[in-house]
Design a protein around this ligand. Structure first.
Ligand code: ZN
Length: 258
C-alpha cells in the first residue's frame, strides 16, 4: 500500500469522514471542495483518501451518514501520491461505489472484523485504556515505551506561531534557513533539501491530570485533514480559513494515542 503504483481500483473500508472544506488552489486560483476520509485497505495501514468537488459533497455526505456501519467502498480510478506519506486522491474520472456486491467486500469485512478492529476507535479496549495520571506515573516509573489510548480535552497549542518546521529531507532534523538557503547542522550540509513537517505540541487534560502531547507529521495530518504544505499555503493566502481549520482541530477532543 505504500506503493504509489497501486491499482487505481481499490476496495477500502471507511473509518472516519472529515468535514468537507473549501480550499484555495494556487495552480488555477480556484476555490475547490475537498473532503478527507480515513480508510483502510485489505491487510494494510490506515491512509487518507481525499475526495474532491462533487465526490466530497455527495458521496462524502452519504459516507458520513453511514459511518457507524463502517461502509466499504470500491474506488475506481483513484491515484496514489507519495508526499508527506502515502495518500490516495480522487480524480475527475473517479467513481465510488458504496458497499458494492462483490466478493472483495465480504473479504474486507471478514478481515476487518477479525484483525482490523485494532485500528478502529470503536474498539478502544484493544489498547490499554488509561487516564493521564496513570500514564504520567507509569511512564516515569518504568521508563519503558508503552502505548495507551486516552480520552483527553485539548486545551490549546504550546507554540501557536508555528505548528510545523522546515525539516531536512535526509535526517528530518530542523534546518536553519538564512537568505533562502537551508542548512542542516546534523548532516553538516549547506543547501540542504528540506520540506515542511508538522510538529504540534498540545496541552491536554482529563479529570486526573494534564500533559503535553506531541503530534508528528502523519498523526497531525490525519487529525487536521490537510497536508502541511497545503495548510501553509492557506495560512499565507487566507488567514481566516487557516484560523478556522486550527479552531476545528482544537475542538476535536479526539482519542489520542500517547
Ligand atoms: Zn539533515
Amino acid at each position: 500500500m505504500s506503493n504509489p503504483n497501486l491499482p487505481p481500483d481499490i476496495i477500502l473500508l471507511v473509518l472516519k469522514v472529515y468535514e468537507a472544506r473549501m480550499i484555495y488552489r494556487q495552480r488555477d486560483k480556484k476555490n475547490i471542495l475537498k473532503r478527507d476520509l480515513q480508510v483502510i485497505g485489505l491487510r494494510s495501514e490506515i491512509i487518507t483518501l481525499t475526495l474532491w468537488e462533487s465526490l466530497a459533497t455527495k458521496v462524502g455526505k452519504q459516507l458520513e451518514d453511514m459511518i457507524n456501519e463502517k461502509p466499504i467502498i470500491f474506488a475506481k480510478g483513484v491515484v496514489g501520491k507519495n508526499f508527506n506519506g502515502f495518500t490516495l486522491s480522487s480524480t475527475i474520472s473517479t467513481i465510488i461505489e458504496i458497499n458494492p456486491d462483490l466478493p472483495a467486500t465480504k473479504e474486507m469485512m471478514d478481515w476487518f472484523n477479525e484483525t482490523g478492529y485494532r485500528h478502529s476507535s470503536s474498539h478502544l479496549d484493544a489498547y490499554l485504556m488509561a487516564d493521564l495520571l496513570k500514564i504520567n506515573t507509569s511512564e516515569l516509573s518504568s521508563g519503558e515505551m508503552k502505548h495507551y489510548v486516552t480520552k483527553v480535552i485539548i486545551k490549546g497549542l504550546q507554540h501557536e506561531e508555528s505548528i510545523w518546521y522546515p525539516s531536512c529531507n535526509t535526517c528530518k532534523s530542523k534546518v536553519t534557513i538564512t537568505k533562502d538557503i537551508a542548512r542542516c547542522s546534523k548532516c553538516s550540509k549547506e543547501k540542504a533539501d528540506y520540506s515542511l513537517r508538522y510538529l504540534i505540541k498540545l496541552y491536554v487534560e482529563d479529570d486526573t491530570s494534564n500533559a503535553i502531547f506531541t503530534l508528528f507529521d502523519n498523526e497531525a495530518e490525519s487529525i487536521i485533514g490537510v497536508p502541511v504544505s497545503e495548510l501553509e499555503n492557506i495560512k499565507v493566502t487566507n488567514i481566516e480559513e487557516y484560523n478556522k481549520i486550527i479552531k476545528s482541530f482544537l475542538r476535536q477532543g479526539d482519542d489520542l494515542h500517547s
